[in-house]
Design a protein. Structure first.
Length: 287
């Protein structure tokens, strides 16, 4: 396959490509995955529990790569239950979170109360709904969006991040198919007779920034995903909900897939896979 001629690259609207890929991705699933409904406290609790075990290495790597001081203010976009915000709170002056999901915010408030944290505040809105001039009290020394870039108009989202930052903007996003998305690619056609389309990745994101006149730095980082269960039936129920399995024939397909990929570790059953995510950042101060 031949490469795109250099003179044509500037004619490509990468924001429109992002929009098209995001829309096709969302339409390809045909239903709302109940396991990713973060307004439900049960799902938020599961995510939060994983963040203290499964995601611990990613969180440590992410925070270690940030240029932080105790005088800094941080804006964390799509912050979940405080996966980054809580450990960041002891390293900086203040953390402002933007998180729309009720379940995530509920877990966050539990952590804040239990740990006596005084310097985290949360705005319960989607980033697309945020007015940077009325909702926020920036500018912020650090702006972070970690694995939360699901906005349709990514250029507009990035412009707002750039506006509210007086220092560094850090984005973390998928380079290749994360393990959970590979499962969709493997299973959606056999289960539902239609193709699953992945969402846009970091290559598209970088090109959107380039067309905005932002020449960002990029670093590749390892990303591991694990699903851990104590019983096969528990695992099966979870993935039946995840993949909208409703018939006995679909269940056979799912069982065959799981048994072909599951591993046992002690008393736990594990499905896991490795992938790569990108750290993309730029410094508005030019240093």
């Amino acid at each position: 396959m031949s490469a795109i001629p250099v003179h044509l690259l500037d004619e490509i609207d990468w924001n429109e490509i992002w929009k098209a890929q995001q829309q096709r991705h969302e339409f390809s699933k045909h239903f709302n995955d109940p396991t990713h409904n973060w307004s439900q406290r049960e799902n938020a609790e599961r995510y939060d529990s994983s963040s203290h075990t499964l995601y611990d290495a990613r969180v440590k790597t992410t925070i270690a790569g940030l240029l932080l001081t105790k005088k800094m203010t941080v804006l964390d976009i799509g912050a979940g239950p405080g996966t980054l915000a809580i450990p960041l709170s002891s390293l900086v002056k203040k953390v402002t979170m933007v998180e729309p999901a009720e379940g995530m915010v509920s877990i966050l408030n539990d952590h804040i109360k239990k740990q006596g944290i005084k310097n985290i505040s949360c705005i319960q809105k989607h980033w697309e709904e945020i007015d940077p001039f009325t909702d926020l009290t920036g500018p912020y020394d650090i702006v972070i969006a970690s694995l939360s870039l699901t906005m349709h108009d990514i250029r507009l989202a990035l412009e707002k991040m750039d506006i509210v930052s007086s220092g560094i903007v850090y984005l973390f996003w998928f380079v290749d198919l994360p393990f959970w998305e590979r499962m969709y690619v493997d299973l959606w056609q056999p289960l539902h007779g239609s193709v699953y389309y992945p969402g846009p990745k970091a290559d598209c994101l970088f090109n959107v920034l380039y067309q905005m006149g932002i020449y960002a730095n990029v670093e590749m980082l390892p990303l591991q995903k694990e699903y851990r269960f104590t019983m096969f039936e528990e695992m099966l129920v979870f993935f039946k909900r995840r993949f909208n399995v409703t018939t006995s024939e679909q269940e056979k397909i799912l069982v065959n897939y799981i048994t072909s990929n599951v591993k046992k570790s002690g008393n736990e059953l594990i499905l896991s896979g490795d992938s790569t995510f990108a750290k993309i950042w730029w410094n508005k101060k030019g240093t």
